[in-house]
Design a protein around this ligand. Structure first.
Ligand code: GFB
Length: 324
């Protein structure tokens, strides 16, 4: 990929896509072609193919997806399956049809079996049942990964896949019913602080383990793989460090400076008991993350939280939460 190459970042308004755009621009890749979902609905095959026909991107980062935390995944299974299957089918097929030189597909660590051995190696894919709370999303992401390998085998396309761990960072979603745990807890502790509440409710038992990566590290890994990796086998991308949801809550309690007590709600789902990626293949290629968890959360709380939290509040005023 040259600095002058024409690059399409699908999903550039999302947390991952916007981080990829920032990273590309910082490196001098300025020939980007970008469309919002209103300008181009990637679920529409004709619109997607017309876009590829007109724009002829040479490289594609496929970061467009319907994403969400455990609650959104559990309550909107049809949307997660339908939207993600259509988006990735249309983009991957058009990338083949219009001669894209290389495509990077963004997967997710939830594609691995619920009770996978840990840390999770790439080859554990499809060795056991999915975690039920995110089965539709996982199925869609596995289908996307398999499309990349199928187009590679049948048509010789250089389509690769990265499997990121749980992410956070600028551009995150602070809506309590669709967000992931980290932004949800930032919001809950922030609100408890300004409202002087004496407790914060954390879903589940708090004992499940997760690994979190700053999205700027992921964007760096995406560019690294676009430049240096051409193999079929998908690539795990994580930090190698895990912590319990209770420990995460304690870190966020400290960073937000909130004195409220932590109370768990075991009626809410826990999801996968553990989800730690084995990222040694990516490390072996010479890539590693740079942003520590506390440093990353502090940075988000100081620099991007308020603006994005306020946008979430505005959206909630416009569309009451009950409609989620
Ligand atoms: O981040 P999260 O929604 O997604 O939840 P998953 C992680 C854990 O945090 C679960 C707990 O055990 C939640 O019960 N948790 C505690 C909370 N308090 C909260 C809260 O206020 N909000 C949320 N959202 N969680 C998702 C998958 O799984 O991970 C997706 O559903 C995707 O498919 C994504 O793969 C990365 O890690 O459980």
């Amino acid at each position: 990929m040259e600095r002058s190459s024409k690059i399409y970042v699908a999903g550039h308004r999302g947390m991952v896509g916007s981080a990829i755009v920032r990273r590309l621009q910082a490196e001098g890749y300025n020939n980007l072609t970008l469309r919002t979902s209103t300008e181009l609905d990637l679920r529409n095959q004709k619109a997607t193919e017309d876009f590829f026909d007109t724009e002829r991107p040479e490289y594609v980062f496929l970061a467009a997806a319907r994403v969400g935390g455990i609650w959104a995944n559990s309550t909107r299974p049809a949307d997660f399956l339908y939207d993600n299957l259509l988006i990735q089918c249309n983009v991957i097929h058009a990338a083949w049809k219009f001669g894209v030189k290389k495509l990077l597909f963004l997967g997710s660590s939830c594609i691995y079996p619920r009770l996978s051995p840990q840390p999770i190696r790439e080859e554990y894919l499809l060795t056991g049942p999915f975690e039920p709370t995110n089965e539709p999303y996982a199925l869609a992401k596995v289908a996307g990964l398999k499309m990349c390998t199928a187009y590679r085998r049948q048509y010789g396309c250089n389509f690769i896949t990265i499997m990121p761990t749980n992410l956070y960072g600028p551009g995150d979603n602070y809506d309590l019913y669709s967000s992931h745990v980290l932004p949800a807890l930032l919001r809950k502790f922030h609100e408890a602080k300004i409202q002087n509440s004496n407790k914060v409710i954390v879903w589940g038992t708090g004992s499940v383990l997760r690994e979190f990566m700053h999205v700027d590290d992921l964007a760096d890994a995406c560019l690294f793989l676009m430049l240096h990796y051409d193999e079929e086998l998908w690539m795990n991308c994580g930090t190698g460090e895990e912590l319990s949801i209770r420990q995460l809550a304690e870190i966020i309690q400290e960073i937000t400076g909130c004195n409220a007590a932590i109370e768990f709600d075991p009626q809410k789902p826990d999801g996968m008991p553990r989800k730690l990626l084995d990222s040694s293949r990516l490390r072996g290629l010479g890539w590693q993350p740079r942003i520590g968890l506390k440093e990353g959360i502090r940075d988000v709380y100081q620099n991007s939280f308020l603006k994005e939290y306020n946008s979430a509040l505005m959206r909630e005023k416009a569309i009451p939460m009950a409609s989620n």
